[in-house]
Write a protein that binds this ligand. Structure first.
Ligand code: HEC
Length: 177
């Protein structure tokens, strides 16, 4: 038996991503050395419904986000099946608890290296990118300004499950699965 080829096989197999998997929401997409800088970015735009409308128009129009992230933001657009990792599902409440708006801005602008999520800095202005974020959050039912990143962090509506049903005691990381 030729033992020498064995370790190579193991390496190749462990590098492959599982088919059709969304990256775990706990894993930041911003590279570690840029994370602090990205997290500190704060939207200059007011949280008005006009801004949400602008973001919506970009999502379904010029930005073409729906092609991958889906018309309803569930990460299941027409191109999604071909992508590994698969696009983010914006309807997932837990996801928004693990990101600041600055991180989201950074990824839309610069992309997630080696994935279908390319940076949009050539196509969209900074202001257009910021305007997309409140619309993305609205997919998870999180309307209204200032719930993410602006000091408040977890807003009053997000709570901790409050003992409702099987969510019971879920308080920290890994909740909202
Ligand atoms: C060609 C397909 C494609 C298009 C078009 C696309 N995305 Fe993505 N997007 C992805 C994929 C794939 C990921 C997951 C990347 C990863 O897991 O590293 C992703 C991830 C994201 C994330 C998650 C960031 C995080 O921190 O987890 C955000 C936000 C996002 N996209 C916003 C957008 C917006 C806004 C647009 C339109 C301007 C857009 N995307 C267009 C494929 C796409």
């Amino acid at each position: 038996m030729k033992l020498s080829t064995f370790p190579l096989v193991v390496v190749v197999v462990s590098l492959a991503l599982p088919a059709a998997a969304e990256r775990h929401m706990m894993q930041p997409l911003v590279p570690a050395d840029k994370l602090a800088e990205a997290r500190a970015l704060v939207s200059p735009l007011p949280g008005t419904s006009k801004i949400v409308e602008q973001g919506k128009a970009l999502y379904h129009g010029k930005g073409g986000c729906f092609n991958c992230h889906g018309k309803d933001g569930d990460g299941d657009g027409p191109l999604a099946a071909q992508l590994k990792p698969t696009p983010r599902n914006f309807r997932h409440h837990g996801f928004w608890r693990h990101r600041t708006e600055g991180e989201i801005f950074w990824v839309i602008k610069k992309g997630s290296a080696g994935t279908g999520m390319v940076g949009f800095s050539e196509l969209l202005t900074d202001e257009e990118i910021w305007s997309l974020i409140p619309y993305l959050r609205s997919f998870a039912g999180e309307q209204g300004p200032g719930m993410m990143g602006h000091g408040g962090g977890m807003g009053p509506m997000m709570g901790d499950g409050g003992g409702v049903g099987s969510m019971g005691d879920c308080k920290g990381e890994g909740c909202g699965q």
